[in-house]
Ligand binder design. Structure first.
Ligand SMILES: [Zn+2]
Length: 71
């Protein structure tokens, strides 16, 4: 069984995530890289959450909250 670290490295190698902050850069559903941030959530200090959506297939790719992406 692969570890979380290995899975993340695979996602980076295959171009789905950006190394470093692990921001999604390619849709896992349709392979499009036409992604957009939507549904930003704000609190006093600024942005606390947002969703990454694919413009090509209109599916949600991932959600970011309080500093990290859902894995
Ligand atoms: Zn897509």
């Amino acid at each position: 069984m692969e570890t979380m670290e290995e899975w993340i490295q695979e996602q980076i190698d295959e171009g789905y995530m950006r190394a470093g902050d692990l921001e999604p850069i390619k849709c896992q559903w349709c392979e499009s890289s036409d992604l957009e941030d939507r549904n930003h959530g704000y609190e006093n200090l600024g942005i606390v959450s947002k969703e990454k959506w694919c413009n090509a297939c209109e599916k949600r790719v991932n959600t970011w909250s309080y500093g990290s992406w859902d894995l």
